[in-house]
Write a protein that binds this ligand. Sequence first.
Ligand code: NAP
Length: 307
Amino acid sequence: MQKEKVIILGSGPAGLTAALYTARAKLEPLVFVGNLLGGQVSLTHEVENYPGFVEGITGPELVDNMKQQAERFGARLEYAEVAEMNLKDGSPFYIKDGNGKEYEADAVIITVGASARRLGVPGEEEFIGRGVSYCGTCDGFFFRGKDIVVVGGGDSAIEEGIFLTRFANSVKVIHRRDELRAGATLQNRAFSNPKMSFIWDTAVEKIDGNGSVNAVKLHNLKTNEYTVMPTEGVFIFIGHDPNNSLFTDQLEMKDGYLVVDDHMMTNIPGVFAAGEIMDPIFRQVATSVGQGAAAGIAAERWLSEHE
Ligand code: NAP
């Protein structure tokens, strides 16, 4: 059993910031990276609204900087996922990783984030990686000169749609309502982009293909009309769901998100949470960083009070 003062689950902006703060407090945090170093932001092409970077910064670069900064003060990264944990019996908490290695932690900070939501229509699972994608930055390159669709009307759909126009011949945004949820700046950029167009009041009913995607079946929710539209790519950006499967029955949640008090502590003393696992509202790099810093400070204070 490896004993640790602080174990952090997740290596997105919240986790790496919690690591920085607890490392600077000499707690030598151990960070379980999870399935992707940096989490969702490492799949983001450009981050323009994280303060301090006048011209913006790419997601992978920002993650690398945060990682190096946390490591400089003694944070250690474990490239594994947590498979099992016992939080209910209180501190020290039992944790087992995906390789069967066991740990005991005096405090735990959970920053495991959220995952892209699925449409849940026929063909979606079948064609993932063969025309269906949840990440423009990762897959845009494969759609050079192609006609593709983006599903969703929020900031992610519009931002990714604009990014995809760099590669695709055309990007049609399919949205279930007749107005976008995305912010005004992004909307203006999208409406003035000659490669982008919009299909309003429409749901994707089915994704068709033969080896790879070649069409979507659409349902106009106002006219009740069904049509089939040829396309070679379907990029889906319809929100995220919190990655809460490890904590069901252990921690208090609301709508699937961990509930924390004003010191970022869950209902179990010594277990803290930050970032998109506890925040259904803001979900920005900047807010996750703030929550991660707060959780790191709170964990350090809690540990020194309970030493
Ligand atoms: P979101 O804001 O929740 O938007 C999800 C979009 O998908 C909405 O337009 C929604 O339609 C649609 N949708 C949801 N379920 C659907 C379904 N089953 N079928 C079809 N359409 C569906 O999610 P997001 O765009 O991922 O953004 C999440 C958060 O991150 C937001 O707070 C956003 O501001 C932030 N964000 C910010 C930036 C930025 O500032 N540059 C970039 C990306 C994300 P309705 O509109 O009809 O509900």
